[in-house]
Ligand binder design. Structure first.
Ligand SMILES: NC(=O)c1ccc[n+]([C@@H]2O[C@H](COP(=O)([O-])OP(=O)(O)OC[C@H]3O[C@@H](n4cnc5c(N)ncnc54)[C@H](OP(=O)(O)O)[C@@H]3O)[C@@H](O)[C@H]2O)c1
Length: 300
């Protein structure tokens, strides 16, 4: 039997690595990015709407996965037009292409679209973006919901994945400090969220696709936590808790480097996945251990 085909755009980063590993097993995939950093990637700048449409039409897939975005909140804050072109306008193009070809569209959203005033957010809560990145992602999410004929929107939390080469986020920032020989690490204890392991996320998307369950889903690992507790757990897994001093600070400590506004609380609940009995997301401590073991064992 012929394999189903998926066109993926913006898969050269953290999440893309997991999507390639998971989906290339059972599907014929065409993986694209503006940064061709793997043999399995081909060049596409998804802001080029004509070229985007032409590549998708030529591949003639069963699904369109629009994965990439600018994810550096500080860059986004300082480059508003570039951010909306990349994170919002390109998604509108993806909606147009997928509607024309009758393809289900996958769009990745974020826990960062909420105002952070509640303790938890499920799919019925109304987003209230606090910065340019969040606004660009939410505008795209709304556009997909209002205009796509068939869509799957999955919202991720604090992403863990990609390993030393691709991880641009918290775990890599910690690991780099350890690699650089830092003996004291400063971590905020006033930001709360739900870690999201990229491989669990990709597998859960696959389950939804296989079951033809479309719509809007929060998709984060089980258990909510703080940045400080994540750092504490990293040291525990690496058996460094007695060798490295972890110092609690509040967000003001980093306000010059991380000047973009961030919600205090980004805890998501996978209410829809649970309701449909389709939640594959494991507890964050289990996936953190697996991530460090698989991706960082040679690094330390
Ligand atoms: N990272 C998180 O914590 C997080 C949390 C929630 C949701 N998300 C969402 O998850 C998705 C995947 O994010 P990620 O963490 O994998 O980010 P990532 O590691 O930055 O990967 C995104 C990829 O998209 C590429 N890209 C940017 N502009 C492009 C363009 N015009 N055409 C084609 N490719 C382009 C990037 O290339 P460059 O590196 O050259 O820019 C990068 O390779 C995004 O939609 C993001 O908003 C991320």
């Amino acid at each position: 039997m012929n394999k189903e085909k998926i066109f993926l755009s913006g898969v050269g980063g953290m999440l893309g690595e997991a999507f390639y590993q998971v989906f290339s097993k059972n599907y014929e995939v065409k993986c694209t990015d503006i940064d061709v950093n793997e043999k399995w990637l081909e060049y596409l700048d998804f802001r080029d709407s004509k070229e985007y449409a032409s590549q998708v039409e030529k591949f003639n897939p069963n699904y369109l996965f629009h994965i990439g975005a600018f994810t550096d909140l500080e860059y986004c804050e300082q480059n508003k037009k570039d951010t909306f072109d990349t994170n919002t306008e390109s998604v509108k193009t993806a909606v147009t292409i997928s509607n024309k070809l009758n393809l289900p569209l996958l769009y990745i959203s974020t826990a960062g679209i909420f105002d952070g005033l509640k303790d938890y957010y499920d799919e019925s809560d109304t987003p209230k973006p606090m910065g340019i990145y969040a606004q660009s992602k939410y505008d795209a999410e709304k556009f997909v919901m209002e205009n796509s004929k068939q869509f799957l929107i999955c919202r991720a939390g604090w992403m863990m994945g990609g390993g030393p080469k691709k991880d641009k986020k918290f775990i890599q920032k910690l690991m780099k400090q350890l690699k650089d020989g830092k003996k004291e690490i400063f971590v905020v204890d006033d930001k709360f969220g739900t870690p999201t392991y990229t491989h669990d996320f990709a597998k859960n998307v696959q389950l939804l696709i296989e079951n033809k369950n479309f719509g809007l889903y929060n998709m984060v690992c089980e258990g909510n936590t703080s940045r400080y507790e994540v750092a504490e757990e990293v040291l525990k897994i690496l058996e460094l808790q007695n060798k490295i001093k972890l110092t609690k600070v509040n967000s003001d400590y980093f306000s010059k480097i991380y000047f973009a506004k961030r919600p205090t609380c980004e805890n998501l609940i996978n209410k829809e996945l649970n309701k449909k009995n389709l939640n594959l997301m494991r507890p964050w401590k289990v996936t953190l251990k697996e991530y460090l073991k698989n991706s960082y064992s040679l690094y330390l």
